[in-house]
Design a protein around this ligand. Structure first.
Ligand code: 5GP
Length: 208
């Protein structure tokens, strides 16, 4: 087994419950650690700096980009979002899998740079269920709901770039599926490089 951990990218439309899903996965299994992103968007009620996000000004964020402190970054609805690199590198080196809950553009950038990243997309069981869930939350105006549904429609076009889709129907089942998928993905030769290299080296020695 390779000693370092892997990047696990989780994306999904607003309203698919991926936040709750992540929370449960982390509570249930200590194989994973969640990366805390930096953003220029204002904190929502109850959000704490350093816990939910590192809240930055535009200038601070641009400095982080210039200093190469971000693994990836993207703009989403007028704000910057990005993944601090140092934390991810440290946790991977400790052998932990690091979960990045990021939007699709960032996910594609990660995939280009880290071909061994595991990309998961969380979807609702149907378009109708997504609308019901967004309306049921009662936290957004109808206009915002329509914007988010439109955005989901665009994001849906990029799902084939992901390795797996996870249908969030039953939360409990979904958490288990996610864990099993990630576990199985570790058996791909892409993610067993160190082991394979050692094996090949050993086989080469037979030829001497
Ligand atoms: P929200 O403002 O609702 O917390 O997040 C908006 C979107 O930004 C979500 O799709 C979320 O997954 C994404 N996001 C959060 N952090 C990052 C990040 O570090 N990088 C990228 N590319 N997207 C992020």
């Amino acid at each position: 087994m390779d000693k370092h951990g892997h990047l696990i990218v989780v994306s999904g439309f607003a309203g698919t419950g991926k936040g709750t899903l992540m929370k449960l996965l982390l509570e249930r299994y200590d194989d994973y650690v969640l990366s805390v992103s930096a953003t220029t968007r204002a904190p929502r009620e109850g959000e704490q700096d350093g816990v939910h996000y590192f809240f930055k000004t535009k200038e601070e964020f641009e400095q982080m980009i210039a200093a190469g402190e971000l693994l990836e970054h993207a703009q989403y609805v007028g704000n910057y979002y990005g993944t601090p690199k140092a934390f991810v590198d440290a946790k991977k080196a400790e052998g932990r899998d690091v979960i990045l809950e990021i939007e699709i553009q960032g996910a594609l950038n990660i995939k280009a740079e880290y071909p061994d990243a595991i990309l998961l997309f969380v979807v609702p069981p149907s378009a109708q269920v997504l609308r019901q869930r967004l309306e049921g939350r009662g936290t957004e105006t109808q206009e915002v709901i329509e914007q988010r549904l439109k955005r989901a429609c665009e994001e849906a076009e990029g799902i084939e770039n992901y390795d797996y889709i996870i249908v969030n129907d039953d939360l409990d089942v979904c958490v288990e599926q996610m864990h099993q998928i990630i576990k199985a993905a570790h058996f791909s030769p892409l993610r067993r490089r160190e082991f394979l290299n050692q094996l090949r080296q050993g086989l080469q020695d037979f030829k001497k």
